[in-house]
Design a protein around this ligand. Structure first.
Ligand SMILES: NC(=O)c1ccc[n+]([C@@H]2O[C@H](COP(=O)([O-])OP(=O)(O)OC[C@H]3O[C@@H](n4cnc5c(N)ncnc54)[C@H](O)[C@@H]3O)[C@@H](O)[C@H]2O)c1
Ligand SMILES: [Zn+2]
Length: 348
């Protein structure tokens, strides 16, 4: 079991990576999950928990239900279970469950403890750590929410054994994102690891590495006023792809993979990346079956959709790009519209 500390003044906590240990609570606990994940993994979790009362809260599966209506249902079930301010909510599932669990915990009686037990690769390496919680609404993704840190996160890669391979691949996009932005050695590890054997050790290693990288970013910039935005490499483009394709065609990670390729095209144009490195990144995405080319139908419409992104402030579009080499990043909000449009035209 590895322990990684997320250092945040009053809100510090640990991420534990490895076999899920026994968890003991002095007061009531509620476990939030969905039918699919609960069917696969609730029993294992229940065997590990000791608490005076354990209630189970189940919500429908899927991003489509990540909204305020479901939050109300969760809160209702929390009240029906008589949770009090000393109780703990445990989120067992992927990023959808942890985002909603964290948000519900942050507003239930002005905030109770919550714990993340991620069961997807994406949630292990990204969503379960860092305290961004929230839901979607008609205006876009994750537009309602709060910064609310969990008390602890337990990443046990044994849960990933039941995850469909498409979901595993989607998680890899976020892993590759971290490597390209922050760590060339980690990138080389992803490129060279022999994927033909047992991958349990591989997943433990990449979860470990990504959590360490994310811990350092979040500790520097909890509320995303600076470096935390770097975690959105590829996302400015990915969010438009997801919106344009109606949030159903591609998984988030798949869109991120395509978004990384687009961001790199822009970086190439600005001489921020060599063709050799761009090709290496593409090959790494392809290694995990992620190198899809998204065909942009209308470059102007694609560009205008950037403005809907939370990340664009004062009408300036912020691009997160490699900075000269793999393992180095820059944030740019000064790129001429004509340059970006030209790159987008080239992606038709
Ligand atoms: N808060 C953050 O910092 C942050 C970061 C990245 C992403 N996110 C959010 O995370 C969400 C995406 O998360 P996700 O990719 O985990 O999707 P998800 O939670 O929808 O899970 C994907 C699918 O896998 C199923 N599943 C989960 N664990 C399983 C398992 N072990 N075996 C079999 N099936 C399993 C789920 O029921 C679901 O159908 C998005 O809503 C995104 O906005 C949040
Ligand atoms: Zn993402």
């Amino acid at each position: 079991m590895q322990e990684i500390k997320i250092n945040l003044k009053d809100n510090s906590y640990s991420v534990f990576i490895g076999d899920l240990k026994n968890l003991e609570f002095g007061s009531k606990v509620a476990i939030l999950s969905n039918q699919k994940v609960a069917g696969l993994h609730l029993k294992t979790l229940l065997e590990r928990i000791k608490a005076p009362q354990i209630s189970i809260i189940s919500v429908p599966d899927g991003e489509a239900y990540k909204n305020l209506k479901t939050i109300e249902q969760i809160l209702e079930q929390m009240f029906c279970s008589y949770l009090d301010r000393k109780s703990t909510l445990i989120a067992l599932g992927g990023g959808v469950i942890s985002d909603m669990g964290g948000f519900a915990a942050s507003i239930y009686e002005r905030g109770i403890d919550f714990i993340n037990i991620p069961t997807t690769l994406l949630a292990c390496v990204d969503a379960s750590v860092g305290g961004k919680t929230g839901v979607n609404n008609a205006f876009g993704k994750n537009l309602i929410g709060s910064f609310y840190q969990p008390r602890a996160v337990y990443c046990d890669s044994a849960f990933l054994a039941t995850l469909p391979s498409r979901e595993l691949r989607a998680g890899m996009a976020e892993v590759i994102k971290m490597a390209v932005m922050f760590d060339k050695d980690f990138f080389d590890y992803l490129v060279n690891f022999d994927l033909s054997g047992d991958l349990a050790g591989f997943y433990d290693e990449i979860i470990n590495k990504c959590v360490r990288l994310k811990a350092s970013v979040v500790a520097q910039d909890e509320k995303e006023n600076g470096v935390r935005a770097v975690l959105n490499y590829g996302h400015t483009f990915a969010h438009v792809i997801e919106r344009q394709s109606g949030y159903g065609e591609f998984l988030h990670g798949e869109a991120v993979g395509m978004g990384i390729i687009m961001a790199n095209e822009l970086a190439l144009r600005l001489n921020l990346l060599s063709l050799d490195d761009a090709n290496k990144i593409k090959a790494c995405l392809a290694r995990f079956n992620l190198a899809l080319n998204y065909k942009i139908k209308d470059a102007n419409a694609f560009y205008n959709a950037f403005y809907l992104d939370k990340k664009s402030a004062n009408n300036k579009i912020k691009f997160i790009l490699p900075n000269g080499k793999i393992g180095s990043y820059c944030l740019r909000d000064d790129i001429d519209k004509s340059v970006v449009l030209d790159v987008l035209q080239g992606l038709k």
